[in-house]
Design a protein around this ligand. Structure first.
Ligand code: PEP
Ligand code: MG
Length: 621
């Protein structure tokens, strides 16, 4: 009262709540209320209104759509639908899907951010606070003691998994949006900042350096995975919540969208979370992640370093029940929904200990002369095998189906485990729909021989039960040659899942592990590329291959199912593209499912049915 806006801005007067006006000037309040209602109705949106009262007369000075955070945006949109001012479609279009990450992950209390140490790539959303450690063993130990830790590494490898599992968040100085740390963190819903090149991480010295500053093991740090900020100290966090309005909006999205949404998930826990968040199946179960558990890795290593198929089979025999129980648990969680299980994909040496570590161990044993000859010999033999498996370009090497063809007993074990698990589930009344996916196919003959193996094992294991197990066999399309010869490949595949991480890597010829830390960021800064193609699908190049392959595949097999399972499955623009070219589904990490459901609905509202869907409707009549 008796003040102007300027006084409030300058801080000389503290404003009262609007309800104060109701007590002091009830008539004016009613007029303002009516005007506000009218304006909201006129603009179909929440208004930010400036007004003044002079000599008992109300003046409106300005009105505009009010600013809002993600949670308010949802509430406003839902309220406007309930008041009949917006249609459900209009409300869905109002949602900025990238803001949903704010709602589904813990966030930072911005007021408390004081000391930003460095900025990296925003690799996995959410915020994390913890004491920094520089090796996975310490992370695991401190985690067991109940401490909250942030794991900082130059880059993570599968061997770090025990540390990754317990930490609150991950920080790396190298690697891009599809690096190991980023993919694993997104899958687990853990915050991650990666490729933070300003940092020099020195694990031996248990410290890291950023410019003139040093952060030492045990120091408190906050990571903001949504923006890539690394903040010194423990910043207070705000909890995520699945609000009533979000649930409502997702329900409306599901009524509209035609594109299905599946999850990338490797564990029963992932499957449960995915289902709760609305996944309509598992689109990618990376089976290698099941091999990294501390009690399994030694058996996997035994399998890899085996001198002959017999020895390898013995190790695989030990792995079989473990894989079977994994699949049984996932099938049970996904009862009645499809589960796409990808056979082993990464190069084998990823599972082996680091060569330098082994050499250092051998040197220590030799110089300190403690350690038996047998021990040293064992170490030498292991070093020899690791060296033998070493490849200059492992991402283009013996991985994916090439592994399965050279070592058929590995895939044989995995396929047997899948069907044994299916059989056990059927006995318990669980409806299983396995989809077995062969990775990295580039030539039709690769799929042909592996498909024969899959069908053969299915017959052997399922026998009569094959009727109750409507399994499918399909392939990832992630090598350009596979996309170009998709018509031939579709002869043996019931589904195509586009592995857009590798397909982007191989189409551009950019290493997915290194490009972002090197030239790619520069390219984006210089606007040579509009987006990072590992985040937003390059529709002109990679997308062309996808469209071509999907269409050639459907020509040969009209019922061919198509989807994408690379990181692009959780990106709005990429989801629009998938809808436009008539793919059946996108698959993304569980925590991105709500975002994908809303983006898929927006794609339908904006673009209508895809030409492929129109043709299908026309065929059905
Ligand atoms: C891909 O390449 O897109 C994919 C999903 O497989 P991965 O990331 O495991 O190589
Ligand atoms: Mg791949």
């Amino acid at each position: 009262m008796n003040a102007q806006g300027e006084d409030v801005v300058a801080g000389v007067r503290t404003p009262l709540s609007i309800s104060a006006l109701q007590n002091e000037m009830p008539e004016i309040y009613d007029q303002l209320f009516q005007a506000a209602k009218q304006l909201e109705k006129r603009y179909k949106d929440m208004q930010d209104i400036e007004f003044t009262v002079e000599r008992n007369k109300l003046y409106l000075l300005q009105t505009r759509n009010g600013k809002r955070n993600a949670q308010a945006a949802l509430k406003i949109a839902v309220d406007l639908v309930k008041e009949g001012l917006l249609s459900k479609h209009e409300a869905l279009q109002r949602i900025e899907v990238s803001h949903l990450d704010q709602l589904l992950h813990r966030g930072i209390d911005e007021k408390s951010v004081k000391d930003v140490l460095a900025k990296g790539l925003p690799a996995s959303p959410g915020a994390a606070v913890g004491q920094i450690v520089f090796d996975p063993d310490t992370a695991a130990e401190w985690g067991r003691e109940g401490k909250k830790v942030i794991l900082a590494r130059s880059e993570t490898t599968p061997e770090d998994i025990h540390g990754v599992l317990v930490c609150e968040g991950i920080l790396t100085s190298r690697g891009g949006m599809t690096s190991h740390a980023a993919v694993v963190a997104r899958g687990m819903g853990k915050p991650c900042v990666c490729g933070c090149e300003e940092l020099r991480i020195l694990p031996e010295e248990k410290r890291m350096v950023a410019g003139s500053r040093t952060i030492t093991e045990g120091d408190w740090l906050t990571l903001d995975g949504a923006t890539g900020r690394v903040i010194v100290g423990a910043v207070p966090l705000q909890e995520a919540e699945m609000t009533e309005e979000l649930v409502q909006m997702l329900q409306w999205a599901d009524e509209v969208r035609t594109l299905k949404v599946r999850a990338n998930g490797d564990t029963p826990h992932d499957a449960r979370v995915a289902r709760q968040l609305g996944a309509e199946g598992i689109g990618l179960c990376r089976t290698e992640h099941m091999f990294f558990a501390p009690n399994r890795l030694p058996v996997v290593q035994q399998m890899i370093v085996a001198d002959n198929p017999e020895e390898r089979k013995q190790a695989l025999h030990k792995l079989l029940p473990m894989q079977q129980s994994d699949f049984e648990a996932i099938f049970t969680e996904m009862d009645g929904l499809p589960v796409t299980i990808r056979l082993l994909d990464p190069p084998l040496h990823e599972f082996l200990p680091n060569l330098q570590d082994l050499q250092q161990r051998l040197a220590a044993l030799t110089y300190e002369q403690d350690g038996s000859e047998a021990e040293k010999e064992e170490l030498r033999s292991l070093i020899g095998k690791v060296q033998m498996l070493h490849e200059t370009n492992p991402m283009l090497g013996q991985r994916g189906c090439r592994l399965g063809i050279v070592y058929p007993e590995i895939y044989d074990m995995q396929i047997e485990a899948i069907f044994r698990a299916a059989s056990a589930c059927i006995d318990r009344g669980v409806a299983v729909i396995p989809e077995i996916m062969v990775p990295l196919v580039g030539h039709v003959n690769e799929l042909k021989i592996l498909r024969e193996l899959i069908d053969f094992v299915a017959d052997q294991v399922l026998g009569e039960k094959r009727r109750d197990c409507p399994y499918k066999v399909g392939t990832m399309i992630e090598v350009p040659r596979a996309a170009l010869t998709a018509g031939q490949i579709a002869g043996y595949a019931e589904f195509f899942s586009f592995g857009t991480n590798d397909l982007t890597q191989m189409t551009f010829g950019y290493s997915r592990d290194d490009a972002e830390g090197k030239f790619l960021t520069h390219y984006i800064d210089k606007k040579l590329l509009a987006h990072n193609p590992f985040q937003v699908l390059d529709t002109e190049g990679v997308g062309q291959l996808i469209e071509l392959a999907a269409s050639a595949g459907r020509t040969v097999r009209p019922a061919l199912k198509t989807g994408i399972c690379g990181e692009h499955g959780g990106d709005k623009d990429s989801i629009f593209f998938c809808h436009r070219i008539g793919l059946d589904y996108v698959s993304c990490s569980p925590y991105r499912i709500p975002l994908a459901r809303i983006a898929a609905a927006q794609a339908y509202i904006e673009l209508g049915n895809s030409p492929v869907q129109e043709q299908a409707f026309a065929r059905i009549g």
